[in-house]
Ligand binder design. Structure first.
Ligand code: RB5
Length: 151
């Protein structure tokens, strides 16, 4: 799979750990995050990851800031993005199975690297279940269409 990854200054080290994991698992990684620890603005990177996924340039995205919150809020402003903050594997798996999340977010100040790796591995292994969950995801996307207008 092609996976876009983005991060702010709080998550440079964790981003590299996750990039190594993804490459070990055979994925192609599109690094859209900062690579320096100079303070920067997380919305820039959330938007980049969101756009990469929404445009089809990447299959899925991973976005990391201090808490995962700010970068997820930014990614979710891109039409078609369903970004979820997951601080443990159960929520991460359910975000794929029930919510068809296409961007995984977490906080470098919240989860350690081993927990982050487990979250990423299980998120990538999980699959959307469709059925009644498709109807609910469609309802979410319908809200987006009403708010933003047709494309
Ligand atoms: C940066 O200090 C911090 O605010 C950012 O990484 C993120 O946690 C915002 O939601």
């Amino acid at each position: 799979m092609k996976i876009a990854i983005g991060n702010d200054h709080t998550a440079v080290e964790l981003k590299h750990i996750i990039v190594d994991l993804l490459e070990e698992k055979g994925h192609t990684v599109l690094n859209l995050g900062t690579d320096t620890e100079e303070s920067c603005d997380y919305p820039v990177y959330g938007e980049r990851v969101g756009r990469a996924v929404a445009s089809g340039q990447a299959d899925l995205g991973i976005a990391i800031c201090g808490t995962g919150l700010g970068i997820s809020l930014a990614a979710n402003k891109v039409r078609g993005v369903r970004a979820c903050v997951c601080s443990e594997p159960y929520t991460a798996v359910m975000s794929r199975r029930h919510n068809d999340a296409n961007v995984l977010c977490f906080g470098a100040r919240v989860v350690g690297s081993e927990m982050a790796k487990m979250i990423v591995e299980q998120w990538l292994d999980a699959e959307f279940e469709g059925g009644r969950h498709q109807r609910r995801v469609d309802l979410i996307m319908e809200i987006e269409r009403r708010e933003c207008g047709e494309e």
